[in-house]
Design a protein around this ligand. Structure first.
Ligand code: ZN
Length: 81
């Protein structure tokens, strides 16, 4: 029984998919922000019907967007509302 509980805990642990680091949490409240990517691949892809989801920590996110040839579009939340 203990073993099962341990496995469930591991599944609920939030890891950065890029570096594998555990995202800091305190009683299930995230202490750092992460990028969550969700993609439902469609008919014109080789992954039709697949849904992909991943989390990337801020450090890895900065490295990834830093490698972009075209920078990400950055705007403030107030401009969206
Ligand atoms: Zn990371």
């Amino acid at each position: 029984m203990e073993r099962v509980d341990e496995d469930i805990h591991k599944v609920s642990e939030l890891l950065c998919n890029c570096c594998g680091r555990s995202i800091k949490r305190d009683n299930d409240i995230m202490k750092e922000d992460v990028f969550t990517g969700v993609k439902e691949w469609g008919y014109f892809s080789n992954r039709d019907m697949e849904v992909h989801k991943f989390n990337i920590c801020e450090k890895c996110y900065e490295e990834i967007i830093g490698s972009f040839k075209v920078p990400v579009h950055v705007f403030n939340k107030t401009e969206v509302l």
